[in-house]
Design a protein around this ligand. Structure first.
Ligand code: F0G
Length: 354
């Protein structure tokens, strides 16, 4: 059967009617890739898997929630959607709105969004407003506007977003034939950790002995770690702009996921994020964006700290939430520069070191 997106596949697990007109770009069904080199390199005596969500149609996990949110908005007669975004939600909302033939407004923090994401929102003809503030400010405006006008808010406060995103946990359970022992993932506005936990709980409820619940291991960037610190951060800062968020909407449900799963929500520094970002690209051939690498940075940190001496190694899945091509500026500025070589064979041979 041809794969037609996650609503068609998981219809019976989702709050959709049989008659809904599905707005889809065939999102979901992303690869789960077993690491070949990383376990040895970092001293993890178990199995590491990457769930490469960058392989969704707009290059991030947001498409899972957006197919649901936009299909439901259109069903309800909405002609305009709005979101605040650090970039990926904007790109995804703009694409699904274009496909649905409705208008999309996006509010982004001025100058702090990766270039690939901006190019997507613009090409899909969203109305892009760069506001002179951060993500949290933008979200407050988006909420207010959607309350005053007939505009559907498609940030993860929209419950259909979480419903769509939970399907990634279903795919992991199906692909591995069981749930993993550890689920590592970045935490920003905290919708995704909420969604994964919901997804794992659904599978656990259906077959508790087969799908034993994983520990949820969420990581925030150190300069934007409100859940770890225990209070909102007025001026969040991190190189991982996707998770540059000081007051997450799904704070409470993220803490519930952490506590119910006996997991952790911790922070990683920008240096640790960049190191993980380079390692996974250079040693596994998987290119993710910096925010996504915070899942791997978290795993490395917990190996170093000896966490797995008291907890078994087992299977760890790291969610790579967005594609590396989203953020070419960070890639180029954190990699070795190309060598300039004269156009003659001798210089080329010298340069490659033969
Ligand atoms: N990774 C990436 C690549 C993201 O874009 C985001 C969030 C996250 C992780 C964190 O997920 O918010 O569910 O905890 N990006 C949002 C956006 C905020 O506007 O694109 P979360």
């Amino acid at each position: 059967m041809i794969y037609k997106g996650l609503i068609e596949k998981y219809r019976k697990f989702l709050p959709v009617s049989d008659t809904i007109s599905v707005i889809s770009l065939h999102e979901g069904n992303t690869p789960i890739i077993k690491a070949r080199n990383l376990p040895l390199k970092i001293g993890f005596n178990g199995e590491i898997y990457f769930k490469f969500e960058g392989m969704n149609p707009t290059g991030s996990f947001k498409d899972r929630g957006m197919t649901m949110a936009v299909s439901k908005a259109v069903e309800a007669g909405s002609k305009v959607i709005i979101c605040a975004s650090t970039g990926n939600t904007a790109a995804s909302a703009a694409a699904y709105a274009a496909r649905a033939g409705i208008k999309c407004i996006v509010l982004i923090p001025d100058g702090k969004i990766a270039f690939g994401k901006l190019s997507q929102a613009l090409m899909h003809r969203a109305e892009v407003l760069e506001i002179n503030g951060n993500f949290d400010d933008a979200l407050n405006f988006a909420k207010e506007l959607s309350g005053k006008y007939p505009i559907t808010l498609v940030n993860s406060v929209n419950p259909y977003r979480i419903e769509g995103q939970k399907t990634a946990a279903y795919e992991i359970c199906e692909n591995l034939g069981e749930a993993p022992d550890y689920q590592f993932l970045p935490v920003g506005n905290a919708g995704n950790i909420t969604a994964y936990w919901k997804g794992y709980k659904d599978y656990n409820k259906a077959e508790p002995s087969k799908y034993v619940l994983p520990k949820m291991m969420g990581f925030q960037a150190a300069g934007a770690a409100p859940i770890v610190e225990g209070y909102p951060i007025a001026k969040p800062e991190t190189i991982a702009t996707a998770i540059r968020i000081g007051n997450p909407v799904s704070w409470k449900t993220a803490v519930e996921a952490r506590d119910e799963s006996n997991g952790v929500i911790d922070k990683v520094t920008d240096e640790e994020i960049l190191e993980a970002y380079r390692i996974v690209a250079a040693t596994e051939g998987v290119f993710c964006e910096p925010a996504s690498a915070s899942s791997i940075a978290g795993l490395i940190k917990y190996v170093k700290r000896g966490y797995f001496k008291n907890n078994k190694f087992g299977k760890a899945v790291c969610i790579l939430t967005g594609h590396g091509l989203k953020d070419p500026d960070n890639a180029v500025s954190n990699a070795v520069k190309p060598k300039k070589v004269k156009a003659n064979m001798k210089d080329i041979i010298d340069a490659v070191g033969f």
